[in-house]
Design a protein around this ligand. Structure first.
Ligand SMILES: [Zn+2]
Length: 217
């Protein structure tokens, strides 16, 4: 993929994130990788206003700016850590969705309880509160991303990864949606997480493999 194209995709996904109020104001950040260059949102820019030039290219290993003139997001270490940890990851989305942020304060792992969550996301662990923008948060997130596709950050928000921006974005939407259902079960009283067998059944379905494959295109 050409570098201009990835910046256009980042801009489009950013506008969707703002439209759906997964973040308000200049919070949140996204990135996508092509080889050893990671394109990420510039610091302090709102998603709804971001232009392609607001997505800055940095070197994956050194973090040095290789494309663009603005300062990259303060969460640069958190993004680079996800790529350094997993070679299959080519996109990272960090947002502050209201319901997922509330669930992130419950010290739980959000386990699958619907076919989509089982097939496309898996378990979503929670990490305790860490001051944003530093190496400590990057380290905690990287540790979870080693084995999971998403992490809920206490008093902060959500981070998802994917093999491309579409996959990372759908994971963000699915988790916020699942968190709404989870909160509703607290009102109604009963919660039924999938058993390991039920998760395995979903993951063995041919239709789910096909849907997963489509997301990776
Ligand atoms: Zn944040």
């Amino acid at each position: 993929m050409k570098n201009d194209k990835i910046r256009e995709q980042l801009m489009e996904i950013g506008k969707k994130i703002a439209d759906k109020e997964l973040v308000v104001g200049p919070g949140g950040n996204t990135s996508a990788r092509i080889g050893n260059i990671v394109y990420m949102k510039a610091s302090g820019i709102c998603f709804e206003e971001a232009k392609t030039s607001d997505y800055i290219g940095v070197d994956l290993k050194t973090g040095d700016i290789v494309c663009g003139s603005k300062k990259p997001t303060c969460e640069i270490a958190m993004h680079l850590g996800c790529y350094l940890e997993r070679k299959d990851v080519s996109a990272v989305i960090h947002t502050h969705p209201p319901i997922a942020t509330a669930v992130g304060m419950q010290d739980i792992t959000l386990s699958p309880f619907s076919p989509d969550l089982a097939a496309l996301v898996g378990d979503v662990p929670t990490i305790g509160y860490v001051v944003p923008g530093g190496k400590e948060l990057a380290k905690e997130v990287r540790n979870i991303i080693k084995k999971h596709n998403a992490v809920l950050m206490c008093n902060h928000g959500l981070l998802t990864v994917g093999s491309n921006l579409k996959e990372a974005y759908y994971r963000t939407l699915l988790i916020e949606d699942a968190c709404k259902t989870f909160v509703a079960t607290k009102v109604l009283g009963k919660m039924k997480f999938f058993t390991e067998n039920q998760v395995e059944q979903i993951n063995n379905m041919e239709a789910e493999s096909y849907r997963k494959m489509l997301l990776k295109k």
